[in-house]
Design a binder for this molecule. Sequence first.
Ligand code: MCF
Ligand code: FE
Length: 429
Amino acid sequence: MRVEAVTDRLTSRLTIHRAPWLLPIRHPPLADGGIAVRAGRIVDIGDFKQVARSYPGAEIIDHPDAVLMPGLINAHTHLELSHLAYLSQDPSPTSFTGWIGHMLAERAKADADKKTIQDAALAVLVEQQRQGVIAIADISNTDLVRELIPEFPGNLLCLKEYLGLRASELTASLNSLKEEAGYPDYPEVYCTAHAPYSTHIDLLRALKNRAIQLGQIFSIHVAESTAEHDMISQGTGEMREFLEQRGFWESSFQPTGSDSKGSVSYLHQHGLLDSRTLCVHCIHVTEQEMDLLAENGAKVCLCPGSNRYLGVGTAPVEHYLRKGILPALGTDSLTSNPELSIWREMRLLAEEHPGIDPADILRMATLGGAEALGLDRQLGSLETGKAAAISVVKLPESVQNAFSLAECLVYQDIKSNSVYSLAYPLNFY
Ligand code: MCF
Ligand code: FE
């Protein structure tokens, strides 16, 4: 990927980018379109000839055989696990808890040093950027990925993960949470929870309250496996046994008490669902739980590649769309997904849900992600006033109309060598 020099940002010169196709996302695709950009912002977008007429003397940059579209958003990953990529080269695990146990054991065994972890994470970060990803939500247990923020020209949101179900560990966790630096000194320090099955309810509440106070998103793994569902609804099953065997079980844990009430109901019962709660996975959810998500404006992030590898099922995407929820897409980490590519996530989703309009899948990878990360005032679509975080994607000649454009972007095996980012340094916390 070449990164355009940002001279116009300093000189406030106006540049018009012209391409045979524009994919604005919140408006229909446009043939022979133009985007006027000044100081890293979109100042106009529309039919090329009209835009050019409005700005005589502007520099015109042509992008033949390409579509201009918003940068992609990867709404869920764990870059800190990248050095364990060999795990997802193995055949899929036979159980969800088996994968967690194996992953934790391999991470401990590898006992990787800072350089190994950061080198592997940086390699993934560079590849994400090359594929046209402009914002990432990363979940890590350490500060190692946060130190890489200056290396990424887009938004790398680093969320520090807390977990621990036992009441006996609670005081220590709550104390370290109080000591975390926050806004305004370190606006990038976000703290978040792993999952309802691994995090004490008081810790979940404290994390969510901190996020509310700081105006930050709160991301959590939700309704990913049947093992999780059985524990949250009935307090039984594979997950409970796994936690008991490891001495992590908490006898005061209160399940929802009804098989139709899983993790989404649990979060709602405890007041943890709002428009800044990002529920990752959301596979095992009932119709009523989808309504709860929609009513509370909660965000959903789907990770089809990780779900396929872990064999946990597929999310009810058609239902989400029908209820007015536009999910985001995430790759998860290289320990549960053999390839980290939002292009591939789109393709897997399309293959698994052939009834979904490819245009909706593109909306998920862009606007859905921007909304999930609270960055939709700047990113997620090509609109006047938003950041000029534009990806130029090379197209095969066959694209004749808007539908085949969306189809081609979703199904084509797009590699980084066909994406070119008009990347402007962004910092929108
Ligand atoms: O999203 C996947 C599967 N579900 C749960 N956890 C993880 C995933 N990818 C990485 N993880 C991490 C999680 O953040 O695995 C650890 C946590 O730190 C295992 S759970 C103690
Ligand atoms: Fe994850």
